[in-house]
Design a protein around this ligand. Structure first.
Ligand code: NDP
Length: 294
């Protein structure tokens, strides 16, 4: 039974991440200074092992971070979900509506990430953070085994879900996805080609680096609209599990903390990159993630 194997598999994934990061750390000792991550070469071996000393470690043309960011963890997550759905079908005769929703929503999220794979190249993980234990553990162990908690919960705590409630939850997920995809695509399109007709009409602020910042459209609503969409989807993934238990809401709580911290780090980096222009952006778009609240 997969459920009995989940804990041992999670341990193996953690051990794999540990050994892998150790090899990456040793490899990074021989890497040229230009290949090191800004935050991961403090000279303290434990700190550098954890944060990652080298920015984008490669073996030949195989880019370890690019591969791990999207493939094993995300695909492992949907496979675990699917196996739990099949196990539930064996137990109950057919999968529950709640299990279908959780599987469907998360499959959409993973499919979207893989479909827009090249967009990961402009994320902080790739451009700024080193590849050490933190990211390797996150990609190989944390994502597949904790992001599937809702499906794991449903297997042991079947939830009756009526069609009207399910429709409202689907609507919440659709709104989240619409904001998430709209914001990410708008920024990616703009960064690739600011004259693209889909973004050419948007208002912008010029910066001293020559790059521009969007100040209308999704990026004029809050400074991180993509995080807002992501959080709304996180809520929709928990709702099919009911409100009797906190466990299915673990992802929402953890993810809120992660994105609030990530947003603060990104603001710091943008302030360094764009100085006065960033101050002007913050003045024109005062809210970080949730309009009129935060
Ligand atoms: P973002 O995609 O939000 O990128 C931030 C960068 O965008 C900034 O550094 C800046 O870079 C650029 N930017 C910021 N404001 C503007 C603006 N107004 N106009 C134009 N460019 C701007 O960062 P992340 O890498 O954190 O997130 C990517 C996606 O991944 C998000 O949707 C997030 O929700 C998701 N995510 C999901 C996680 C999960 O576990 N499920 C974990 C982490 C993230 P520059 O100016 O240099 O282009």
């Amino acid at each position: 039974m997969l459920t009995e194997m989940l804990l041992p598999l999670a341990w193996v994934a953690t051990l794999t991440a540990f050994i892998f990061s150790l090899l990456l750390y040793l490899k990074a000792l021989m890497a040229p200074a230009s290949a090191l991550a800004p935050g991961g070469n403090s000279g303290n071996p434990v700190y550098d092992f954890f944060l990652g000393r080298e920015l984008n470690p490669r073996f030949g043309s195989f880019d370890c971070k690019y591969f791990c960011e999207l493939r094993p963890g995300l695909i492992g997550w949907v496979l675990i979900n699917l196996a739990l759905l099949v196990q539930e079908a064996e137990l109950l005769g057919s999968p529950s509506l709640a299990m279908w929703l959780v599987n469907g929503f998360q499959l959409l999220y993973v499919g979207d990430a893989l479909w827009h794979e090249e967009a990961v190249l402009t994320t902080m993980d790739i451009t700024h953070d080193g590849f050490g234990f933190m990211l390797a553990f996150g990609d190989l162990a944390w994502v597949p085994f904790t992001y599937s908690l809702q499906a794991q919960f449903l297997l042991y705590h079947p939830q009756p879900l009526e069609l009207p409630t399910a429709s409202v939850i689907c609507l919440v997920n659709a709104v989240g996805y619409y904001i998430f995809r709209g914001a990410n695509s708008q920024k990616n399109t703009f960064r690739k080609n600011p004259s693209d007709p889909r973004v050419a009409g948007l208002e912008t602020i010029s910066t001293a680096t020559g790059k521009q910042l969007l100040v209308s459209g999704w990026w004029g609503m809050v400074r991180h609209p993509n995080y807002l969409g992501d959080l709304i989807m996180a809520l929709a993934w928990s709702l099919p599990c009911g409100v009797s238990h906190l466990l299915p809401y673990f992802y929402l709580l953890y993810f809120t903390a992660l994105l609030v911290h990530r947003e603060a780090r990104d603001e710091q980096q943008c302030l360094q990159k764009y100085g006065l222009a960033w101050h002007e952006y913050c003045r024109r778009v005062p809210y970080r993630i949730v309009p009129y609240i935060y």
